[in-house]
Design a protein around this ligand. Structure first.
Ligand SMILES: *[C@@H]1O[C@H](CO)[C@@H](O)[C@H](O)[C@H]1NC(C)=O
Length: 377
């Protein structure tokens, strides 16, 4: 299962906005490792923690996990955090990136009820790192939504962005005196496409026609609200940075043909432009070519509206430019083709059907133990 392995490695540059000529690491470069709360914490119902979507899924539909395992105990970090930090120290880490379990802090998802024991766990964890000069970096959301919020629609409820801002404010308030790097979401594609637009991650909604797009819109607005909350109410005294981390694999055109070039661009928009362009582009909003394609296909398919929602001008402006850094998780690359011979049958309608592009990796690219990780040439 991807969750168990993906968050293993990361490197972050604090000097994201400076240009350097020589190919060496700057002196202030931080080397670190990373984890996710559900992946390591265990203590799934300890001391007032609420249920999250991974607890719910693995407890109610255990066979979605190949070996029927779950994160009830995981690496038991909840009980052994001091040993974890000891290992960080032995590895010589400068930084450690970890995520907060929303339901451990806010068992019902909303900020009216803060679980002080959950807060105390993270305070202890952070303080233990600081003792050894290990810089804590927090991801607010790494895939484990409180189940109570999922029952209200989760990321496809238009109020999601407000719930996320409230949660982010609790985290900034409680931990921001010591934590200077904030990542709102880890890997929006894995949240929206894999969780809502298909069925490979909790909450396995498989709403192929609209799930990815509805989620993407509310996610980037939620990101922006948290970013602006930090910028306005916390940054002036806490002096940290806030950004987002997106999984950015490379999708290169298989040939120089115009069809393949267009297919590759559409694929990049479908994979990560959907989340990056609203925040990092000059124009804001969803990627142009993909939006046009989804709108046209929606009409052909008999929808009276585009399956990809538009941004109001207000939302567009709120989201555009809401970053201090761009976090990149890069794993591998694919070739992209529009040609019939590479055709893959995707569900109709779905994100990949909308993107009119097919990906493949040449046989001669070295394969790792994970089917989705190859070394591109
Ligand atoms: C997801 O939905 C598609 C149709 O849109 C269907 O073909 C596919 O079998 C479903 N997958 C799962 C795991 O339910």
């Amino acid at each position: 299962m991807k969750l168990a392995i993906i968050v293993g490695l990361f490197i972050i540059s604090c000097a994201a906005k400076t240009v350097r000529q020589e190919r060496s690491f700057p002196d202030d470069f931080l080397f670190g490792t990373a984890t996710a709360s559900y992946q390591i914490e265990g203590g799934w119902d300890a001391d007032g923690k609420g249920e999250n979507i991974w607890d719910y899924m693995t407890h109610n539909k255990a066979d979605v996990i190949k070996d029927l395992s779950n994160g009830d105990i995981a690496a038991d970090t909840y009980n052994n955090y001091k040993m974890d930090v000891e290992m960080m120290r032995e590895l010589g880490l400068d930084a450690y990136r970890f995520s907060l379990s929303w339901a451990r802090i806010l068992p019902e998802g909303f900020s009216h009820n803060v679980n002080e024991e959950g807060v105390a766990f993270y305070n202890n964890y952070i303080n233990e790192m600081l003792k050894y000069n290990i810089q804590p970096l927090i991801t607010l959301y790494h895939w484990d939504l409180p189940q109570k919020l999922q029952e209200l629609g989760g990321f496809v409820n238009p109020l999601f962005s407000d719930w996320f801002e409230d949660y982010a404010r609790v985290a900034f308030e409680r931990f921001g005196d010591r934590v200077k790097f904030w990542i709102t979401f880890n890997e929006p594609r894995e949240i929206c496409y894999e969780g809502y637009g298909s069925a490979t991650k909790a909450p396995i909604l498989n709403a192929t026609a609209v799930g990815t797009y509805l989620c993407a819109k509310n996610l980037v607005i939620g990101h922006a609200k948290a970013y602006h909350a930090y910028n306005k109410d916390f940054k002036p005294t806490q002096n940290g940075q806030c950004g987002i981390t997106i999984s950015v694999n490379w999708f290169g055109a298989a040939t120089d043909s115009e069809e393949d070039q267009i297919a590759a661009e559409l694929r990049r928009q479908a994979e990560w432009g959907l989340y990056a362009e609203p925040i990092f582009s000059q124009e804001g909003g969803f990627p142009k070519e993909l939006s046009e394609r989804v709108a046209a296909k929606s009409t052909e398919q008999g929808y009276g509206w585009s399956r990809m929602p538009l941004f109001t001008d207000e939302d567009r402006d709120l989201v555009k430019g809401s970053f201090d850094f761009f976090g990149v998780n890069h794993y591998t690359a694919y070739l992209v083709s529009a040609a019939e011979e590479h055709k893959v049958q995707y569900p109709v309608p779905s994100l990949y059907d909308d993107s009119d592009s097919y990906t493949y990796t040449p046989d001669e690219w070295p394969q790792s133990a994970s089917a989705w990780l190859k070394v591109s040439r």
